[in-house]
Design a protein around this ligand. Structure first.
Ligand SMILES: NC(=O)c1ccc[n+]([C@@H]2O[C@H](COP(=O)([O-])OP(=O)(O)OC[C@H]3O[C@@H](n4cnc5c(N)ncnc54)[C@H](OP(=O)(O)O)[C@@H]3O)[C@@H](O)[C@H]2O)c1
Length: 343
């Protein structure tokens, strides 16, 4: 069997401590706060909601010291270092700009914004203000992803030709919910597809061409899409996303000398297998760290705390320009499908 490289991820609990403010206390804000408090020394010290009651309820549940009935009040708290923007996609631009204008570092939930143009506004504002900004693409910061990073860097796979990834779920159809409502920038591509497109960028970089096919929900958002992204050299990423069926959430990278198969879910803590060029199993790795599912968000938070402490203004593992590029591909795919809201 081949010896796999060790993931080079420091323990999230060792990262320097930042004071976090949660903006938009919904489902993911709950899971993010739990991940932070269970696995890191990062602390959510304040929460802002459009409703004082919701902010107070979140604060009471999570042991958060200060709660605000407006986002403006949250970002104005001088004892918040970094704001975690956890609102629907349509609101990311406005809320990230609000935090940046108040001089805060920002971690913005995926996708960074609803379109590449909106994402570029956030990037430009963060750069002008000299604050740190990052999309919460937590897959990039997982231990398994670092093993893949090293295998790609050391050429173990030879020339990579085919990358695959799928991410589909089956949420109930509710035209008013953030997943189905075009006014909240719903749709499969923005919500789940961002993971598979980001995966393709991680392995192959920016594609030279994009093919997309799919379907629309009655609200006009895309409810399913298949994409082929191709590079100049002819490598291809075959990607699929849907809101109409739970799919395996698998990913793979195939090269002339071997392939990696990510176990399910590839976007969260799981495992991987390395195969030789003739398909024989060469190595298996399973995540041993006990931070399952969304507790894996503790890695991205710890990474951000280290970057900010080191004086960086963007993630060395996921540049802001690449993040905007991912959204440009999603824009293009949504346009091809005729999805609502892409312009
Ligand atoms: N990393 C992951 O695994 C993961 C998983 C799920 C979702 N996400 C991302 O997290 C973000 C939020 O998703 P979620 O599932 O947490 O959504 P959610 O449960 O609906 O929460 C979003 C929160 O945003 C606030 N909000 C502000 N403007 C709003 C508006 N116009 N309509 C509705 N809510 C509004 C609301 O809080 P107040 O009104 O109280 O301020 C609401 O609770 C999205 O970017 C999503 O893609 C990431």
């Amino acid at each position: 069997m081949t010896i796999l490289p060790e993931p080079r991820h420091p323990d999230p609990a060792d990262a320097p401590v930042l004071r976090w403010g949660v903006l938009g206390p919904g489902e993911i804000a709950r899971d993010f706060t739990n991940a932070l408090h269970r696995h890191t020394r990062q602390r959510v010290v304040a929460v802002g909601s459009r409703s004082e009651e919701r902010a107070a309820a979140f604060a009471a549940t999570h042991g958060v010291g200060r709660s605000y009935g407006s986002y403006e009040a949250l970002v104005g708290d001088p004892e918040v270092d970094v704001v975690y923007v956890a609102t629907p996609h349509s609101e990311h631009r406005e809320h990230a700009l609000l935090a940046i204008a108040a001089g805060k570092h920002v971690l913005v939930e995926k996708p960074l914004a609803a379109t590449a143009r909106e994402a570029r506004d956030i990037v430009d504002a963060a750069r002008a203000a000299g604050v740190f900004a990052m999309e919460a693409m937590w897959t990039r910061y997982l231990p398994q992803t670092d093993i893949v990073r090293q295998l790609l860097a050391d050429g173990s796979l030879g020339e990579v030709r085919v990358v695959t990834a799928d991410f589909g779920g089956h949420p109930p159809y509710d035209p008013s919910s953030r997943l189905w409502n075009p006014a909240l920038a719903g749709g499969a591509l923005l919500d789940l597809g961002v993971y598979v497109v980001s995966w393709a960028f991680f392995v192959l970089g920016e594609p030279a061409s994009v093919i997309a096919t799919g379907s629309l929900a009655p609200t006009g958002v895309d409810d399913q899409a298949a994409l082929v992204l191709s590079t100049e050299s002819g490598a291809q990423a075959l990607l699929s996303t849907t809101l109409r069926a739970g799919t395996p959430s698998l990913a793979s990278i195939s090269g002339a000398e071997g392939r990696i198969e990510l176990e399910s879910p590839f976007w969260g803590p799981s495992g991987l297998r390395l195969h030789t060029a003739d398909g024989a199993p060469a190595a298996v790795w399973r995540d041993p760290y006990g931070r399952p599912y969304r507790d894996g968000m503790s890695y991205e938070a710890a990474a951000l705390a280290r970057y900010v402490t080191d004086g960086l203004t963007e993630s060395p593992l996921h540049s802001l320009d690449e993040t905007v590029g991912t959204l440009a591909v999603i824009d293009e795919a949504r346009r091809r499908l005729g999805a609502a809201g892409v312009g």
